[in-house]
Design a protein around this ligand. Sequence first.
Ligand code: NAD
Length: 248
Amino acid sequence: MIDLSGKRALVTGGGAGIGRATALLLAELGARVVVADIDTEAGASTAKEVAGTFVRCDVSRRTDCEQAVRTAQNQLGGVDVLFNNAGIIRRSTVCEISDDDWDLVMAVNIRSILLMSRLVIPGMVSRGGGSIVNTGSGWGISGGSRAVSYCASKGAVVNMTRAMAIDHGPDLVRVNCVCPGDTATGMLAEEARQLGERADAFYEDAADRPLGRIGQPRDIAQTVAFLASDASAFISGAIIPVDGGGTA
Ligand code: NAD
């Protein structure tokens, strides 16, 4: 059902975790992929695996985003699928977080979607449509403890997705949001570190959800591949938890 032959995809944060798994799966299903990441070694390694192109890009910087889209334009001839996935977390309350950390989380998690999307949408429109998938979080739907900037940014991703879907639907640009629950990536280990908890205990707690386990990056990638494909042609503005029932 999911055939991505002929699709050209740009994946942010494709060097590790969910972005990496998604770049691999999109390529497996026939897409040509450009990997954008702030981490040169990790991003280049994913790009090599998918026989694609790597572009170093800090998604919070306008000029870097311009370079990423230019690279996709030059290498692939355009972008049919944009996966706005790069993200960071700071585990702190409003009383604990610094102004700089607040601004950084907002810039990486939400402003990046503005910067990247407005560069690719005109091309999608001229080619008759496209698919943008934003990475939200279960914490874009409900709140969580000591993650105030992250929750604020992911709540914004969720509602920005709806606003974009409304604005660009008439041009057949679909915009959807995948909301992972706790998923086994570097970010989850980083959260345990920030909270001063042992990773194994943290992972065990995170598995306490209806399906009884944490997510694997490929669990999320499979939903993104579906949203990228024509199999989801009538889906736009959807907020899809992929979390083993965690938000249920
Ligand atoms: P990860 O830390 O494993 O990977 C994130 C990737 O993004 C890395 O390759 C990193 O180098 C890159 N990155 C970080 N800052 C960047 C920047 N400024 N510019 C470009 N690239 C940058 O994290 P992950 O778990 O794969 O997270 C991917 C997305 O999924 C994030 O948006 C995250 O908020 C979301 N998410 C993750 C979980 C989870 O439990 N892992 C849960 C919900 C949502």
